[in-house]
Each structure stands twice: as C-alpha cells, then as structure tokens.
Write a protein that binds this ligand. Structure first.
Ligand code: CAA
Length: 320
C-alpha cells in the first residue's frame, strides 16, 4: 500500500461522470450513492435488459421517475429517497435530482464518456477479465477503471487490460473500490491497488469515495484484502462453533450481538451476505494464504451444497 505521505503528494483527478457496470444490489447501491452524494450523472450498464428491468424499472411515465430495487426486501431507490425526504434528511428537489442523474443501458458505448467506471458484476474471474479488456478499449484514456471485487486480485484484473504486461496505459488505472453491503448504509469502503496501479489512480479513487460520503481504508492486494480477511474467519469460526456443538444459533449470534454491539450476529450476517459468497471467500483465503486456519467449515460447504444460501434463497442458518 502507498503510505499516507506519498498518497497526499499526488493530486486526485475530478470525476464528473460515472459508469457502473452490473445492475445487481451492489451496482445499484453504488449508483444511488454516487448520484445522491457525489451528485454526478451515473450510467448503469448491464448486459441483460431483464436485469436492468428487474433492478431498474421505470415505474412512472417519465424517466425522472426511476424506481430502483436494491434487494428482495423491497428496499428501492424511490422508497429510500421518499423515506429520507419524510425524515427531513433530504429535500424533495434533491431526491428528484438524484433520480434524474441515473440512467440505464445495455450498451457499453456510453462508457466512452465517463471519468470513472465501477464494475460490480458477479465474482467470476473470466467475466471480470473480459469486462476490463473491453473497458480499456471503450473508456477514455484518463478514466479510472475500478472493480468492486471482494476476492479477486486487482493485479490479475489489471493484467487483463492488455496483451503486453509492460504496457501500463490502462493497467495503471485499475483499482478496487470495495464497497460494503448495503452500500447506502455502510460508510466503509476498502481501496486496493494492484502492482500496476498508479498513485494518481489511488488518489482519485480515494477522493471520489470521500465525495460519495464514504470513509476509505487502504489495503494491499492480498487474499481477502482487509475486510474479508478479518470478517470471514470470524464467520467461519462461528459456523465451526455451531457444527461442533459449542453453541446454538441463538447463543452464538446472541453473545456477539449483545456482547460486542454488532448489528447482526455472525450467522445472521452470513445469511445476509450469502453462504455461497462466504464459502468462495474462505476458499480464496485458504488457497491464497495456504494456512489450514482458513479451512472452510464443513457445515458451510454442506449448506451451500444443499442450496441453503441464506436470505436470498429463503433458508440459511435461519428461515426467511
Ligand atoms: N439499502 C439501503 N438502505 C438500507 C438497506 C438496503 N438494502 N437495508 C437497510 N437500510 C437502511 C434502512 O432504510 C434504515 O435507514 P434509516 O435508519 O434511515 O431508517 C437503516 O438502514 C436500518 O435498517 P432497518 O431498520 O431496516 O434494519 P436494521 O436496523 O436491522 O439494519 C442492516 C439492517 C443495515 C443490514 C444492519 O443489520 C447491518 O448493518 N448489518 C451488518 C451488515 C454488514 O456487516 N455488512 C457488511 C457485509 S460484508 C461485505 O459487504 C463485504 C463482502 O465482500 C462480503
């Protein structure tokens, strides 16, 4: 990681227009917060019209009445904005402007006009690599190419921008801005540079996350980065406590929730994140760091095999 001193010597570039690739829960949350807090126009790109329709449905008759669903709980942009207007946290005109700055498309072409793009597609290595190869071609030569990956190495993603590893023209602009879920709620974001990432890319990513009202932490490009390196072994240990009978679900979540002040206990949090995601991150830690202390819990693997993936599938450690 760059030292704070070195970081402060480099000037951040201004991001006047943002692209978001992937209209899932993370992508939509990032788009909402960028539009609302950084007050920049945001174009959300997804390859499937179906996903865009599911995520972003134009409920009203005009495009300014964009209705964006963030998750199955019916947390949608319209409702979130209306709630904050009702609570006096946001004026009606700011809410309308936030919506009007958001547009959606199935074409990558509008990304030729953005100063920064944040990719938030599923954690599939070849998918991310192919998107970054395209972004290097389509985006302007100054654009920051950020990924929301939670587990893939930034160095590897940056490498996909070119066939020549010594050509850093695009690779130096690749960085990770890893937002936490739910993006509108969690203030923290971890920022990860790859080996190729330039200091000005880091400075711009930090400045833009701050403009979004977030509090950035910088992590080196290491398996799980900081957040999941610390969080996932904690969740995994809670699952091991459950499978070995040290405690039941309510005891495990109860002591952590009531004893350490976290909003959810580790098993409820695992359900919220998705057990498949938890398993794949544990596998990244186990493989990448080669230490048996990162071995995924047997129960975690079994639950994923059963299709009990947590909140999104109706059953995890709890039923929904
Ligand atoms: N989108 C937007 N806002 C949301 C939201 C969502 N999906 N879910 C909840 N909120 C807002 C609500 O609107 C509400 O706002 P107000 O205070 O203004 O009314 C506020 O959050 C509290 O929500 P609720 O009262 O409905 O519920 P809660 O108090 O139980 O909070 C929670 C829900 C915010 C999810 C909270 O339980 C929480 O913070 N849990 C921990 C989540 C966490 O640890 N996230 C990190 C996961 S790890 C990760 O993301 C990285 C990775 O790579 C896996």
């Amino acid at each position: 990681a760059f030292s704070t001193t070195r970081r402060s010597l480099v000037e951040a570039a201004e991001v006047k227009r943002l692209g978001v690739v992937g209209a899932g829960q993370m992508g939509l949350g990032i788009a909402l917060v960028a539009s609302r807090m950084a007050r920049v126009p945001v174009v959300v790109v997804d390859n499937s019209q179906k996903s865009l329709d599911k995520g972003l449905a134009f409920a009203g008759k005009s495009h300014s009445q964009v209705y964006i669903r963030l998750n199955a709980d019916d947390k949608c942009i319209d409702k979130l904005l209306a709630k904050d207007v009702g609570k006096g946290k946001l004026s009606q005109s700011d809410a309308d402007e936030t919506r009007s700055r958001l547009t959606t498309t199935t074409s990558m072409d509008p990304l030729s006009e953005v100063d920064m793009v944040i990719e938030a597609v599923p954690e599939i290595v070849h998918l991310k690599k192919s998107i970054f190869a395209q972004l290097a071609q389509i985006c302007p030569p100054h654009a920051i190419l950020a990924t929301n990956t939670s587990s893939i190495s930034i160095t590897q993603i940056a490498r996909a921008t070119t066939s020549d590893p010594t050509d850093l023209s695009a690779a130096s602009r690749v960085i990770s801005t890893h937002f936490m879920n739910p993006v509108p709620v969690q203030k923290g974001v971890e920022i990860i540079s790859g080996l190729q990432t330039s200091a000005s890319t880091l400075a711009t990513a930090i400045a833009f996350c701050k403009a979004m009202g977030k509090i950035p932490s910088v992590s080196a490009d290491s398996p799980g980065f900081l957040a999941n390196r610390i969080l996932m072994p904690y969740i995994n240990e809670a699952i091991i406590c459950l499978e070995t009978g040290v405690g039941g679900e309510d005891d495990i979540d109860g002591i952590m929730k009531n004893g350490t002040g976290v909003p959810m206990g580790p098993l409820a949090l695992a359900d919220f994140i998705g057990l498949d995601t938890c398993l794949s991150i544990m596998e990244v830690l186990h493989t990448g760091l080669g230490d048996s202390k990162y071995r995924p819990a047997v129960r975690l693997r079994l639950m994923v095999e059963a299709g009990w993936l947590g909140k999104k599938s109706g059953r995890g450690f709890y039923k929904y």
